[in-house]
Every structure is written in C-alpha cells, then in structure tokens.
Design a protein around this ligand. Structure first.
Ligand code: PLP
Length: 366
C-alpha cells in the first residue's frame, strides 16, 4: 500500500460535476474579474465565518498585506508574530516595511505562547498577528485582553483554520480582521491561488476593497496607491461549491485525528494536544518525537509519505539574514523544527490506510 501525504483526487472526483457546471457558468457569463460569483462568494464566506464583510483577494499573503496597509502599518511599526509559522505571516509584515517581533510557541499546542506576548509590546507595537496553526485556534481571550490594554490590533492568519472555532466563534471573526488563503491544499482550497479578508470593521473593509483594485472604487479614479489582487470569477465560483462541503470535510479530518489519537500508542511519540474550548480542523496532524528523522525514514520505507511543517524557522532562513542574531534565542521554534512530523490527514483517507499508518508507527523502534 502506498499512501501519499495528500491526495485531492478523492474529493475532486466526488464534486466534479458540480465544479464543472460552475466553471461553465463563468465561461458562459464572459465576466471574469469582480463579477457576480465573487459577490456571492464574499457574502457566503462572510456568513460562514460570522462576520459582516469578506473581501476576496489574490492569495493569503496579499490578504495579510492588504490588512496591514489598510491599517496604515508600515516603517517604524512593530508587529508581533509567532516564531513558529509559515513564512508568509512574517513576509506580510516585511513587505509593508514594518518589523516582525517573534514570540515563541507553546510547546503543547504549537501556537503563540500567550504568556510571552506582553513583554514584547513596546510603544511601536501596532498589531499582533495570531496564526491558528495546523487548524487549532489560539487561546484568544488573553490576547484580546492585551489588545485592549495596549490598544493594538489583532489580525488573524486564518489560512490553516477555515471552519475552526473558539468558544463557539469561528476563526476569521475573532480579531479586528483576518486573512485567509485558498491555496489548493488548504482545508478550503481553490484550483489555483486565492485568498480573502474577513472583518466586522467597516472602515477596514472599505479600504481593503479599494486597495485590492489599484486603490480605485470608481473606474479610473484612484483614491489610494493600491495593488492588483482580486479573487477571480473562476476561483470564486468553485469555492462556492467547495464551501458547501467544508464542514463535512472538516468532520472527516476530525475522525481521522481521533483515530490516530486513540490508536497511536508508541511511547516515543508525543501526540498533538487539543485545547478543550475549541473546534480543531486538523489542517495538519503534527506529532513530535526525538527520533523524527528515523521515524520519517521508517514511514517512508513503508511507502507512507510525511512532511515537516516547517523544517527551518523563519529567523534561520537565508531571506531573513537580519534575524540570524536570534539564532539560539528562539530555542523552542528551533527544537520543534527538529522534532515535528506531519502525518497524512485528508478527506478520503481510507480506514485501511489509517490503520496501516498507525501500525507502522506503533512498530517503530530504535
Ligand atoms: C498558506 C499560508 C499562507 C499564505 O497563503 P498563500 O495563499 O499561499 O499566499 C499564510 N499563512 C499561513 C499560516 C499559511 O499556511
């Protein structure tokens, strides 16, 4: 049995007819940018997240950049970001000219450690970007408290957590504004690039909507120096179809996670920790072990593909040479990158495949 890390062909086969008719609808409409499909998707996704506004954009990175720009964040400003995340979170901050300030993760949840945020707040801090990493919402109440105390914005990076919730409130509705990504492999993925901003902030929504379209609200009249980053009609139309399946797919992920948690019993493996007041959507199922490379080889030699999210922390990336000084000072992000391993988890992963993965992990020894 060969088990790929991710196989989208299963869900894509199931919904092929619906997707094809949505594509045909767009084809026949001959309207491809800022049309009816986007309007409808924005309304539907806003409703799904429980917010007033959704603005469809080109990708998840642009969603974060447009939020920062709309809040006039730039040079001289500091933005708190987790040290353990995908590089896009920090890049968005760098792109607008602000400085990312890294905060270490909680070793159990992998999310930003809420006890280490306050000491990093200075008079230059304008916002904190929280990432609901691997599909688990951050512990938001303490963060909301800090944001009120210091008057700083909360921006959610919702790229890995579409459909998750914290105390019954969906991610994307937990801060001042949220950016999400519809990169094909996300829980809600397009057939190409895509992203969105969700928010209850009327002012931010208005500005971001203008900024994504060259800073123009009325054709050839430009109010701001904007960019070109729009979710196109083709992607919006098929995302409308996929959105109706998102809850079902997330439940399937949850069942697989439950099965792994119940049946992986190897003492060398630390299973992911799930907080009690949240709904996790398992974008990734990430285990920890001191023998990560050996385990990955063991799985690989049994035809089970795994991945590492992420193998090199941001401050150790060549692109961020200015942060090399932090090496050794962000020990948790650094040690996690050597211990973590992501197992296959996706709708359509069969019971037999899950059992095979569990058995091969349980018989791992060194
Ligand atoms: C995927 C991802 C992004 C960026 O999304 P793109 O659409 O690829 O630009 C941002 N943040 C996190 C945490 C992600 O996983």
């Amino acid at each position: 049995m060969k088990i790929p890390f991710l196989d989208m062909s299963i869900i894509h086969r199931d919904i092929k007819n619906e997707i094809m008719s949505s594509l045909e609808r767009v084809y026949d409409s001959n309207s491809f940018i800022l049309g009816k499909e986007l309007d409808s998707f924005e309304k539907e996704f806003a409703k799904y997240c429980g917010v007033k506004h959704c603005i469809g954009v080109g990708n998840g990175l642009d969603a974060l950049v447009l939020i920062l720009k709309s809040y006039d964040i730039g040079e001289g400003d500091e933005i708190i970001v987790p040290s353990n995340t995908y590089i896009a979170t920090a890049l968005a901050v760098s792109i607008v000219g602000a400085t990312p300030i890294f905060v270490e993760p909680d070793e159990k949840t992998f999310n930003i450690d809420i006890n280490k945020i306050e000491s990093k707040i200075t008079k230059y801090t304008k916002a904190i970007i929280v990432v609901h990493l691997y599909g688990q919402p951050c512990d938001m109440f303490p963060i909301i408290k800090l944001s009120k105390k210091y008057n700083i914005k909360i921006i959610e990076d919702n790229a890995q957590s579409q459909g998750a919730s914290y105390n019954g409130v969906r991610t994307g509705a937990l801060g001042d504004a949220a950016g999400t990504s519809f990169y094909p492999t996300k829980n809600l993925g397009a057939l190409g690039d895509g992203g969105a901003i969700t928010t209850n902030d009327d002012g931010l929504a208005r500005k971001a909507k203008i900024l994504r379209n060259y800073g123009s609200n009325k054709k050839y009249y430009n109010e701001f120096k904007g960019i070109n980053s729009r979710l196109d009609e083709v992607q919006a139309s098929l995302l409308r179809v996929k959105l109706t399946y998102l809850n079902k797919w997330n439940i399937e992920r949850d069942l697989i996670a439950e099965n792994y948690i119940k049946n992986i019993t190897n003492k060398k493996i630390v299973l992911p920790h799930k907080n009690s007041n949240i709904k996790h959507v398992w974008h990734q199922f990430v285990i920890k072990t001191d023998y990560r490379d050996e385990l990955q080889r063991h799985l690989d030699s049994n035809n089970i593909e795994t991945m590492i999210h992420y193998p090199i922390p941001i401050h150790m990336q060549k692109a961020y040479v200015e942060f090399f000084e932090f090496c050794g000072k962000l020990p948790i992000a650094e040690s996690l990158s050597n211990e973590i391993l992501s197992l296959p988890i996706y709708p359509g992963l069969t019971k037999e495949a899950q059992k095979h993965i569990i058995d091969i992990i349980n018989n791992f020894d060194i």
